[in-house]
Ligand binder design. Structure first.
Ligand code: PLP
Length: 304
């Protein structure tokens, strides 16, 4: 196997990425009948891989898919993919490693079994495209498309069905091409964006929407722990646009963004305009310490 090309784990073995194709009748492709998770590396080391894989197995159970391998094996193969592909990246780069499992190819004959399709792949994080967020902050827009209520489809499972979030994002980006969408629920409370959770800071209290209404981000959990460690009160509660417009600070969290300051919500500037605000700054520093790498400096190094 060539050392110069990315490998993926596909249905039981490592293969060159260029040699793998998903069958046209795979239910992940035709119905979005699949789950995934994504971990990032810091200097080539995956961060909280075990927690991501634990969430992956919860998503699998929610969709009643048996991947045919246990979490330890999933972790081992994920590390194999990282260890092979990371040295192929340019210096100062890092990557996502993603596990994707679909229910498999649609059965055509009665009694025919479907075998899940299991893919583990990695690709580079787009640092250059996002670098200015850490200088200017993210502009958040709340589109009119509401987040699907948990009783219809739980946002706690990370499935291949992202259309609700994609439509919200298209709407927000129709208003401002560089904006980040955060969808509201049917009652007008903040939920999340296509790949991020949101936090508000008011009078030193760090608050985020309740876990039942969002994907409980691994970064979200890490930030809540870090805030508690810094003696900052943390709340999970309903947060509406009044809370957002009057917040002292706001930030997004995700595996790849880590902690990203928000500069405005629907055009209303957040706080006194400092990017990041003082509480966000403390959390960003604590996150970098935990990750063993200054993630903000890595992003900013990509500014032109
Ligand atoms: N919400 C959604 C819908 C996501 O897809 C993600 C990204 O995985 C997040 C939130 C943030 O979660 P995490 O911090 O685990 O990346």
């Amino acid at each position: 196997m060539s050392q110069q090309q990315n490998v993926v784990f596909f249905n039981g073995e490592l293969k060159l990425e260029s040699e793998v194709g998903i069958p046209i009748r795979d239910r992940g492709f035709i119905y979005g009948d699949a789950v995934f998770d994504a971990t990032r590396t810091f200097n080539g080391r995956p961060f909280r891989l075990r927690e991501h894989i634990r969430r992956l197995y919860h998503s699998l159970r929610y969709l009643r898919i048996d991947p045919g391998m246990d979490p330890t094996e999933m972790e081992r193969w994920s590390l194999e993919v990282v260890n092979h592909n990371y040295p192929l990246l340019p210096p100062n780069q890092d990557m996502w490693v993603m596990q994707r499992i679909s229910r498999g190819v649609e059965a055509t004959e009665p009694g025919e079994d479907t075998t899940p399709t299991v893919l583990i792949e990695s690709h580079a994080i787009p640092f250059a495209r996002r670098a200015s967020l850490y200088r200017d902050g993210a502009s958040v827009i709340t589109p009119s498309t509401p987040r699907i209520p948990p009783r219809f489809l739980s946002p706690r499972a990370k499935t291949h069905n992202y259309l609700n979030l994609v439509l919200g994002e298209l709407e927000a980006q129709g208003t401002d091409a560089n904006s980040w969408a955060v969808l509201l629920d049917e009652s007008g409370n903040l939920t999340e964006g296509r790949g991020s959770n949101i936090f508000l800071v008011q009078d030193g209290v760090v608050a985020t929407p309740r876990g039942q209404y969002v994907l409980e981000g691994i970064t979200r959990g890490t930030v809540m722990d870090l805030a508690a460690g810094l003696d900052l009160p943390v709340e999970e509660r309903d947060l509406d646009l009044y809370d957002a417009y009057t917040a002292d600070e706001a930030f997004l969290t995700s595996t790849s963004l880590c902690i990203c300051p928000v500069s405005s919500v629907n055009g209303a500037p957040i706080g006194d305009g400092r990017i990041p605000g003082p509480v966000t700054r403390r959390l960003m520093s604590a996150f970098s310490d935990l990750a063993g790498m200054d993630f903000e400096a890595q992003y900013l190094s990509y500014l032109p």
